[in-house]
Ligand binder design. Structure first.
Ligand code: NAP
Length: 346
């Protein structure tokens, strides 16, 4: 039987091979574009390589719409951090990385063009829209689908930045192997906290989940699963990450009822306190909600800019479940196709 370290090595190896293949194909595409010194014009450009972006790309490819999916730095998106996905229709339980590897293969088999690069600047003031990338030159597109997703939220408390990567993490799947037979804490009370804690329990000697409220937001069935493996402590607020200069050694927490503060010794801290939308690139160009998500019409996924659509966790009021993100992305792709075909006839 594989131990935790071997499991992690085998996962890293699979991811390594996967990204190596991605990089080679990307290198070929970039070389052709940079060699000709031209921008590439497409009908629709999709920003984001998570479930939403990839699904939109597949739908566009099926309709033979000239299009590109710019996947960003982490093809597969945040789902690749999920140890076990149980709400994907037709799949009982499987790792996020396995699902996303298969989705990427499927999308490519449907003829979608994936570019493993990031957008660094956008001009949405006129059509065609102009999308400048880090390494692959410039794309122009008559329609855009924004599926940039979200990133794990941070606490911004003392010690968090100092010990990030030295005991503080937001990805148990990436870092659990370093905590075999050690003690860790998870901060948060949603499904991500449950995911992280259950995964860590396979490695660490002891896992404690600190929840700031009196309840967890995670699904009850998952909390019951969690309780078999870890300790959950409610009404605790984390104030500081404490370390010895090299590594985390503990956290300072406060009881929200009594106000009493204490030091809780730990070797690692995993944050699972929700996500922030990845809107830095578009925040000045598109209308956002008060909490920074894109405002889109749920019937059409259209933003305030004609021809610019959005889908997935970046959208205000999105249900934040993968199957919903995929559904919204297919809707956005369908509406982008209509826009391309009928805009001038309107
Ligand atoms: P979430 O559901 O928004 O939960 C965030 C948790 O972090 C809440 O318990 C919240 O506490 C806590 N929190 C927020 N700010 C905090 C702070 N400053 N200090 C301490 N705690 C803080 O986020 P999520 O778990 O990332 O899940 C996001 C969405 O993805 C959800 O819809 C979830 O169902 C979905 N998801 C599903 C799965 C799955 O089905 N396998 C896995 C992961 C995520 P309060 O309740 O007190 O605000």
């Amino acid at each position: 039987m594989e131990n935790g370290f071997e499991r992690q090595q085998s996962r890293n190896c699979r991811i390594g091979v996967f990204f190596f293949v991605c990089l080679i194909s990307n290198f070929l595409i970039c070389s052709i574009m940079l060699g000709t010194g031209q921008s590439q014009a497409v009908d629709v450009l999709v920003l984001g390589g998570g479930p939403a972006g990839l699904s939109a790309g597949m739908h566009l490819a099926d309709a033979h719409i000239p299009s590109v999916v710019l996947t960003g730095p982490e093809p597969g998106g945040l789902l690749t951090h999920a140890a076990k996905v149980e709400n994907w229709p037709g799949i009982l339980a499987e790792s996020g990385i396995a699902i996303m590897q298969r989705l990427i293969e499927q999308v490519q088999a449907h003829g979608a063009q994936l570019v493993y690069d990031s957008a660094v600047r956008l001009d949405l003031t006129q059509r065609p829209f102009v999308i400048e990338t880090a390494d692959s030159g410039i794309f122009t597109a008559n329609a855009l689908i924004i599926a940039l997703g979200s990133s794990p939220r941070k606490l911004n408390i003392p010690g968090e930045a100092t010990y990030w990567g030295k005991g503080v993490s937001s990805c148990a799947l990436c870092d659990a192997f370093a905590y075999v037979d050690r003690e860790v804490v998870v901060v948060g009370g949603g499904d991500s906290a449950v995911d992280q804690a259950i995964h860590l329990a396979d490695y660490a000697r002891k896992v404690t989940v600190f929840v700031r409220s009196k309840d967890m937001r995670a699904k009850p069935v998952r909390i019951r699963e969690l309780l078999k493996k870890v300790t959950i402590v409610y009404n605790k607020q984390m104030l500081e990450v404490i370390g010895n200069g090299q590594q985390v050694t503990g956290i300072k927490i406060k009881d929200r009822h009594s106000g009493v503060e204490e030091i809780f010794p730990t070797d690692g801290v995993f944050l699972a306190i929700g996500h922030e939308p990845n809107t830095w690139l578009i925040k000045d160009a598109i209308t956002l909600s008060h909490d920074g998500h894109i405002l889109a019409d749920f019937e059409t996924m259209q933003t305030n800019i004609p021809g610019v659509f959005a889908a997935g966790d970046i959208v205000a009021g999105s249900y934040r479940q993968v199957p919903v993100a995929v559904g919204d992305a297919i809707k956005a792709a369908g509406k982008a196709i209509d826009f391309i075909r009928y805009q001038d006839a309107a």
